[in-house]
Design a protein around this ligand. Structure first.
Ligand code: AMP
Length: 213
């Protein structure tokens, strides 16, 4: 099963993508996570991506597409994968369609986790990320057992630069301008499904799994 998770930043698509990956035993491919891991390791890709990420802008398509095409060609992605945060622009979606077409394949489903902007701004302000392992929490909905400390590795939890209110507003504007058109793109391909992302995470999960039956 080859799945795309669509939705605004902070809509909860990452949480759902992880659940899908666990249940179907397929890789969870998050471009944001890949960029952050590269940044932590100080690679050239990571440093380049940071220039855009900190401003709430998108990393250029060429850089992003190469990375994803290499990743989905790996052995562990043979039986499918779940894409989280990619594609984010029409050219990225077209590159993905073309790359799969060449090997006689296509995406199976694009799931849009729909959440209005007001809810997003509220949610992102409460988001906390671990400086050690990257795990994410929310001060209200997914709090750590000890305030400010990661449950998994004990490292400090911070508000990521790209989750700060000014950056969130910019990211939402970028989302509406560049990523939202993908909803029509996948509708046109006949594989779009939408779930209500304002529901509690367990209900969103239920709706998502119902689509994948
Ligand atoms: P995320 O964790 O998915 O919200 O991604 C964090 C940041 O990484 C985004 O705000 C972008 O700067 C960058 N990024 C992630 N995925 C992509 C993509 N598919 N295309 C361009 N930039 C991306």
């Amino acid at each position: 099963m080859k799945i795309i998770m669509l939705g605004a930043p902070g809509a909860g698509k990452g949480t759902q993508a992880k659940k899908i990956a666990d249940k179907f035993n397929i890789p969870h491919i998050s471009t944001g996570d890949i960029f952050r891991a590269n940044l932590k390791e100080g690679t050239e890709l990571g440093l380049k991506a940071k220039e855009y990420m900190d401003k709430g802008e998108l990393v250029p398509d060429g850089l992003t597409c190469d990375l994803v095409m290499d990743r989905i060609a790996k052995d562990d992605a043979k039986n499918g994968f779940v894409l989280d945060g990619f594609p984010r622009t029409i050219p990225q979606a077209e590159a993905l369609t073309e790359a799969l077409k060449k090997i006689g394949q296509a995406m199976d489903i694009a799931i849009n986790v729909d959440v209005p902007d007001e809810n997003i701004v509220e949610r992102m302000g409460g988001r906390r990320a671990c400086v050690g392992c990257g795990a994410t929490y929310h001060v209200v909905t997914v709090p750590p057992k000890t305030e400010g400390k990661c449950d998994r590795c004990g490292a400090e939890l911070i508000l990521r630069d790209d989750d700060k209110p000014e950056t969130v507003k910019k990211r939402l504007a970028v989302y509406h301008e560049q990523t939202q058109p993908l909803i029509d793109y996948y509708e046109g391909q006949g594989i779009l499904k939408t779930v209500d992302g304002t529901l509690p995470p367990e209900s969103v999960e239920e709706a998502v799994f119902a689509l994948l039956k």
